[in-house]
Write a protein that binds this ligand. Structure first.
Ligand code: SF4
Length: 203
């Protein structure tokens, strides 16, 4: 089984099979050699459209019809991929996200349990309350509630609603960001040497 190394993360594909829903697509299982349990809740707060299962100890996120489940054990399952190469590309991207999540953990600490609970119970009604509620249709949806549902599912972005960019809606926008993506890993700067030490991989 070929091992793939992306900075501090090593993974291998343990299974590649046709998707049950479409046999032209593949589903895969990969195993990371790093324990992902410490960053699971951080990933949950970062991924849009994510579910967190405390029982199975995993986080699932969906994007463009593809589903990715990350287990605390380091196992990752993905569905609806074009081929094995796409799987490897996605796993490389994921390694980068894990790296940022570990940096976040090291710098900021674990995810706040109250925020995790809030995100577990998020619904379209809560999102709708933070939108302008004018049903203006500028976003090309039938109204703010339809937009709220798509936003919750990760199919639209907050910036697709132009009125939310107005100064008068700044507080609503900031509360909405906190609700749907309480942790933003995008701009996290990693210190590779610190990270390797933190992961117990000092080389
Ligand atoms: S653009 Fe914004 S305010 Fe207008 S309908 Fe869409 S979500 Fe509502």
């Amino acid at each position: 089984m070929a091992k793939h190394i992306v900075d501090e993360f090593t993974f291998s594909l343990s299974e590649v099979k046709p998707c049950l829903a479409d046999n032209m697509r593949v589903r895969i299982i990969a195993q990371f050699e790093t324990d992902l349990a410490p960053i699971l809740e951080i990933l949950f707060l970062y991924f849009r459209n994510a579910n967190y299962s405390r029982n199975l100890h995993c986080v699932t996120t969906k994007r463009a019809g593809q589903s990715t489940t990350v287990f605390g054990s380091g196992r990752v399952a993905m569905t609806f991929l074009k081929n094995e190469q796409e799987a490897i590309d996605r796993l490389r991207e994921l390694s980068n996200t894990f790296s940022k999540a570990y940096t976040y953990l090291e710098n900021t600490g674990p995810a706040d349990s109250e925020t995790v609970e809030k995100k577990e119970n998020i619904n379209a009604l809560q999102i709708h309350k933070l939108l302008p509620q004018t049903d203006c249709g500028e976003c090309s949806e039938s109204g703010c509630f339809a937009f709220a549902t798509l936003l919750m599912n990760g199919e639209r972005e907050i910036d697709d609603c132009n009125p939310m960019k107005l100064r008068e809606n700044a507080d609503k926008r900031s509360n909405l960001v906190k609700l749907i993506q309480p942790i933003d890993l995008t701009n996290i700067r990693e210190d590779r040497s610190d990270l390797a030490e933190f992961l117990g991989l000092k080389r």
